[in-house]
Design a binder for this molecule. Structure first.
Ligand code: OGA
Ligand code: MN
Length: 221
């Protein structure tokens, strides 16, 4: 049996996807309990104007790059990416909202924001972000296409949680969701949330991370 984590709001209408019971579903009540507050989805975090702002800023930069497929052992297939530190004022305000929602004020964050553009046939294989490059919190915005992120317990593959990531949503991974579970973005052929098909098109994610532990934070003034 599959257990859904229902939001307090109950069933909400997701454009184009019908009515969904929630944005999280897992292998059982234990995993939902373990990851409560550790794997979080905030649907509709971005307004459509904010989505448009980010898309318009990112598209010219991404278009200059080619999608990469050739690293057979790499975690990500069919992608192009950039690390961005300079943003328009409008985008900075959006990123500030993400940071305020995801990170405690005193936690040092990576100054560069990771922008990942997955081709319609691109996908992310299960992995745990390296502790060399990423601290305890990962926060990602999704643009353009809905997708399913699956978390699997690295010690027990029977324990899993799925996140439905619609365009404009924010997800946050921390604690056990960051360290004890791998995460992946399902390829189009496997992109289901329960029995609901989630057709995968091109997807852009904008990811903020905290600084690896033990790294000095940015110099304070
Ligand atoms: C990554 C990753 C998830 C996403 O780049 O390590 O897991 O939302 N990305 O694109
Ligand atoms: Mn990752």
């Amino acid at each position: 049996m599959v257990w859904s984590g229902r939001l307090a709001l109950g069933a909400l209408r997701a454009p184009g996807l019908g009515t969904w019971p929630g944005w999280l579903r897992g292998s059982g009540p234990t995993v939902l309990r373990r990851l409560r507050g550790a794997a979080v989805v905030r649907p509709g975090f971005l307004s459509s104007a904010e989505e448009e702002t980010l898309k318009q800023e990112l598209e010219p930069e991404l278009r200059r790059r080619r999608y990469e497929y050739d690293h057979w052992d790499a975690a990500i297939h069919g992608f192009r990416e950039t690390e961005k530190s300079h943003w328009s004022e409008a985008s900075q305000a959006i990123l500030q909202r993400v940071r305020a929602a995801a990170f405690p004020p005193a936690l040092a964050q990576l100054p560069m924001v990771h922008v990942l553009d997955l081709h319609q046939n691109g996908y992310i294989k299960p992995h745990v972000d390296s502790i060399k490059f990423c601290g305890g919190i990962i926060a990602g915005l999704s643009l353009l296409s809905p997708s399913v992120m699956r978390l699997v317990d690295t010690q027990d593959p029977q324990e899993w949680l799925e996140l439905l990531l619609e365009p404009g949503s924010l997800y946050i991974l921390r604690g056990p969701a960051r360290y004890d579970f791998s995460h992946q973005i399902l390829r189009d052929e496997e992109s289901f949330f329960g029995e609901h098909r989630v057709p995968r098109g091109r997807r852009i994610s904008v990811i903020c991370r905290s600084l690896p532990e033990g790294e000095p934070g940015p110099p304070s003034k």
